[in-house]
Design a protein around this ligand. Structure first.
Ligand code: HEC
Length: 409
């Protein structure tokens, strides 16, 4: 005898009602499970998850109430959002930490110099294309059977900075830097017979760097020009002649051509350390901005500087100038800066003494015989005789070398 629910005695109807009830029970149990599972994804507290599951035991209404009061987000989304906010905060903090407290003190400009140069354009070169040259051939790079052949990169990234204490591959590093420096500048010594003596100029083009030169810590670099003029064996003029490791700032000769950034504090006083800088003035050599010889900017990097800077002729007491030598040099960090750091107890004197003075290319020599190139001085109409080891175009437009006015030398 089948159980008569709701007093129904008709067998067929009874079966339908029984199935319906079974269906409702299954739905109810599924909802209890669903409520528990959903609550676990949204609620951190196991007590509350349990409460939600127990409440849903109250058929249907429990789950409906849960649906009304449940948290709107999954825990996973909440965690992801919190992570994103934390990451954004970390990025901001890093940016703030990288920004100088004085926003005007725009030192270490290598990247922005490159951005303003011809090299950031198509056909240009990235930092690594110049500093980490690629092999032209495909080579095995990984020591694994079947590894594909690839182009290899040098990872030496020579600039001017060298290890001063023990470091692997130290000598090779120095050779790479010197080789890199050797092709950086094109120079010429140009002499015009004038006023009973010789008007001596140096032509210069920054041809190889993808940024100004010197660059990077240009406030610490000391790049200068050692020029000596002879009459026979007598030195009749000289500038920049100092022993290696000399402080270039104190007691410099008045004609010294020293390339560097000067830095100033908010009151305009010259300072030595980059963390004191609110402002700077630079006379570093600009970078190329065009590869187009027809552009008026093409020769803007082509600089001229006279010795003495006024352009007055050098007049020997007897005879005439028959030989001039030029050697460009650079101290990666100036002796004056290092002396300061030693004095303040921040640097070991041994490190200071290990700082090299590097030659920038070889020595250039002017004699009437080596002065094979000429141009006409547009102001005097006189012929100028130039000697060069490079293919600098002496006849092209020349622009005065950048000068600083707020600090010297
Ligand atoms: C077109 C080639 C070229 C590109 C592009 C280039 N450099 Fe250089 N870089 C040079 C040459 C050449 C030197 C000069 C050699 C030297 O000073 O030792 C140099 C020097 C340096 C120095 C030493 C600083 C100094 O006063 O000489 C640093 C640091 C440097 N580069 C960083 C960079 C960075 C960073 C980039 C990219 C933003 C870059 N370079 C892009 C060629 C390049």
């Amino acid at each position: 005898m089948p159980v008569a629910i709701f007093g129904i005695t008709n067998d067929a109807l009874n079966l339908v009602v029984n199935l319906l009830l079974l269906f409702l029970v299954v739905i109810w149990l599924a909802l209890v499970w669903w409520t528990y599972a959903d609550a676990k994804r949204r609620i951190d507290d196991p007590m509350l998850v349990g409460t939600a599951a127990v409440a849903s035991l109250f058929p249907f209404v429990g789950t409906i109430v849960y649906l009304i009061v449940r948290p709107p987000e999954y825990l996973e989304d909440v965690r992801e959002r919190q992570l994103e906010i934390a990451a954004a905060e970390a990025r901001l903090a890093q940016l703030e930490a990288l920004t100088c407290p004085y926003c005007e003190g725009d030192i270490e400009r290598t990247f922005s110099e490159w951005q303003g140069s011809v090299f950031q354009q198509i056909r240009g070169a990235t930092c690594s294309q110049c500093h980490m040259p690629q092999s032209t051939e495909m080579k095995p790079v990984a020591n694994v059977p079947g590894a594909p052949l690839r182009r290899t990169h040098s990872h030496a990234f020579p600039g001017v900075d060298l290890a001063l204490t023990d470091f692997p591959d130290k000598d090779n590093q120095k050779n790479l830097v010197e080789a890199f420096l050797a092709t950086t500048l094109q120079t010429a010594i140009c002499v015009e017979p004038f006023g009973g003596g010789s008007k001596v100029g140096v032509l210069l083009d920054n041809v190889a760097t993808g940024h100004f030169w010197p660059s990077g810590a240009a406030q610490d670099r000391r790049a200068w020009f050692e020029l000596v003029a002879y009459s026979g064996s007598n030195v009749v003029y000289q500038s920049g002649v100092v022993p290696d490791g000399t402080d270039l700032i104190t007691g410099a000769d008045p004609d010294l051509w020293l390339l560097r950034d000067c830095m100033f504090d908010a009151g305009g006083t010259e300072v030595h350390m980059f963390w004191e800088a609110a402002d700077y003035e630079s006379n570093t050599l600009p970078v190329k901005t065009t590869f187009d010889p027809a552009s008026p900017d093409f020769y803007k990097t082509h600089k001229i500087r006279f010795f003495p800077p006024s352009g007055a002729p050098i007049v020997p007491q007897s005879g005439q100038i028959d030989r001039i030598t030029l050697q460009v040099k650079i101290q990666p960090v100036g002796r004056d800066i290092l002396d300061d750091l030693v004095a303040s107890g921040d640097l070991d004197a041994g490190v200071r003494d290990a700082m090299p003075t590097l030659p920038v290319g070889g020595m250039l020599e002017w004699t009437p015989a080596t002065a094979t190139q000429t141009y006409i001085d547009r102001t005097t109409g006189g012929t100028v005789f130039c000697a060069t080891n490079t293919n600098i175009n002496v006849q092209a437009d020349k622009f005065p070398a950048p000068v600083r006015t707020r600090c010297s030398p």
